[in-house]
Write a protein that binds this ligand. Structure first.
Ligand code: NAD
Length: 277
């Protein structure tokens, strides 16, 4: 495993396991399988409704809490609601601290929610406070008017949505970059058939998914691929025994289409989603 050091000194694994859409026993077993395969970072969210099953998977894995890095997200309505929701997440995950707690989306009063997280951080309930789906202007504004700079911004990032412009601001403000949908939500954007990716698959004897995850991690972007298939779970973590050359990194970087699958505020599905909150 490789690690990123966050702006508050916390070390975070660069690769973790995503749990969006996982529920019930499938969620529990997938989380347990992932931990047994070597994953130490697990990403969930209050809005996924599966924190309890993630907690069950952690327990089933037999790995101690101190050796894991738990990421969850709060879907907030107010300052009070933020704090109550985080306390519920702790209970559901059966832990007394969360490693990374993200504001899930920049909806509602995220300044009030951020103050709640700052207090929980001071109390030691959260080891790093973070955001997700924040556009650069929202992130810069939050940084300018609050005490704590977010440690991470989790945003959709993959070969066709590289976030190069956003990355300039993340680096400038020392906010680490975490990619969701690193596999394009199961190749919804057809990256697996990109000829340059396929040529690298042949060269290194790796699958397109492994090339795509290696590309992101070499850019110091944390990734959290999801799978319920034991062979894919193993495949996705088996990316640290090869490196892409500088030239190959440049070739893949040039393939950016700057097109998001779900992280774009102009997409109707996102507007619809925000209205359900
Ligand atoms: P993903 O890019 O991880 O793709 C998951 C899909 O890829 C699954 O359908 C899986 O079957 C398939 N897959 C996995 N490994 C494969 C392999 N080796 N070969 C072929 N197919 C493979 O998409 P995601 O789950 O949407 O994103 C990852 C995680 O990011 C989520 O699970 C969740 O934890 C997080 N997330 C966060 C937000 C947010 O708003 N912050 C939004 C979406 C997802």
């Amino acid at each position: 495993m490789e690690y990123l050091t966050l702006n508050n000194g916390v070390n975070m694994p660069i690769l973790g396991f995503g749990t969006f859409m996982l529920s019930g026993e499938t969620c529990t077993n997938s989380v347990a399988n992932a931990i047994q395969a070597g994953y130490r970072m697990i990403d969930t969210a209050e809005a996924y409704g599966n924190e309890k099953e993630v907690g069950d998977g952690i327990k089933k894995s037999g790995i101690e809490r101190k050796d894991l890095f738990i990421v969850t997200k709060v879907n907030f309505k107010s300052y009070e609601h933020t704090k109550e929701t985080v306390m519920k997440s702790l209970e559901n995950l059966r832990t007394d601290y969360i490693d990374l707690m993200l504001l899930h989306w920049p909806f509602a009063n995220y300044y009030a929610a951020w103050r709640g997280l700052e207090e929980l951080y001071a109390d030691g309930k959260i080891k790093a406070i973070d955001v997700s789906n924040f556009e650069p202007d929202q992130l810069l504004d939050l940084i300018a008017y609050n005490k704590i700079v977010p440690a991470v911004n989790q945003i959709e990032t993959n070969l066709y949505c590289q976030r190069t412009d956003e990355r300039i601001w993340l680096d400038k403000k020392e906010v680490s970059h975490m990619a969701y949908a690193p596999l394009g939500q199961g190749n919804r954007n057809d990256m697996f058939h990109e000829p340059a990716v396929n040529a690298l698959s042949d060269k290194y004897g790796k699958t397109p998914a492994q090339i795509l995850l290696r590309f992101l991690t070499q850019k110091k972007i944390a990734v959290i691929p999801r799978s319920t298939q034991p062979e894919h779970i193993k495949e996705n973590i088996n990316i640290f025994d090869f490196s892409l050359t500088d030239e190959e990194m440049t070739t893949l970087s040039a393939l950016d289409k700057k097109t998001a699958l779900i992280g774009n505020p102009e997409t109707p599905e996102l507007v619809e989603f925000s209205l359900t909150w």
